[in-house]
Write a protein that binds this ligand. Sequence first.
Ligand code: 2P0
Length: 351
Amino acid sequence: MSEVYSASVTAPVNIATLKYWGKRDTKLNLPTNSSISVTLDQAHLRTLTTVSTGPQYLASKLYLNGHEETLNKPRLVAVLMTLKELRKEVEAKDPTLPKFSDWNLLIVSENNFPTAAGLASSAAGLAAFVTAIAKLYQLPQSFSEISKIARQGSGSACRSLFGGFVAWEMGELADGSDSKAVEVAPKSHWPDIKAAILVVSADKKDTSSTSGMQITVNTSDLFQYRIKEVVPKRFVDMKDAILKKDFNAFADMTIKDSNSFHAVCLDSTPPIFYMNDTSKSIIKLVNLINDQSIANGEGLIAAYTYDAGPNAVIYYEAKNEVKILSTLYKYFGELPGWEALDDALLAGVKS
Ligand code: 2P0
């Protein structure tokens, strides 16, 4: 009889409101600045990963959405090696446990959204990959500790270990042992924050985040100002706005940080463009919505943010949903992937 052990997890997508852009160590994936994100609802955007192992498995294999992918990438190799080392520690403490650390793995992953749509699929994918194996291996480490392993797979993945509002503390140490994700506040702290995603284009981006951010690090003067003068203060202020549930301040900083991130991309040589004309039209419309709400004495009610692609994510409070979505729908309802999320925030990795 064959011996098989398995574990499954789902991991959510996160969208940064204070952007990670730039590495100080490309091997360990250590960032040049701290970042903050909001974890999205898994009913709409998540990766489901099942991992199994057994002494009879002849080779380790990875399947993503039904297609075999190579495990022979330096970052995946490093992540697998770290997880195996931790499993060896577990086995050393309890010699009766099966020797998973000697066996191959079958990893089967599936996204419930288009992988190429530029919706942070690598964050959910790597978070699910790491947490599924950590669960199979029964590792005793905390989520923050496990987030350091996910970080090595893909920087933004470390933030998908938690639900709600999450910070990735950049850390200072050269070995990366203090560069980890921590919870700022759970979903229940500010449950009426919602997100609408406007999929402007599902095309694959032509400059990957990994290479784009290093072009910026190496060539942009504005980038030095961003990481030294702008982000450290914004990191403190944005956490404060979240804890105080101050939507006006949260929206103001989210918008400014998206603009700052795209500005350093434009300031790179060669310049990197992620937004297109439709993205810019959405920005203008959100500004008009906010101008009106400011005139009514309500402050900002909608916050746009764009990652390394043209798709818009717009955060708002539930009480303003009808006003915001009806206006967006009026002008952009014909977009291919129009999707408003019922419930933007949800608890992080679920087992
Ligand atoms: C973020 N992005 O904070 C920023 C905003 C894109 C724009 O994290 O090289 O896929 O794997 O560490 O995590 C995308 O970068 O890059 C990203 P790697 P990752 O969400």
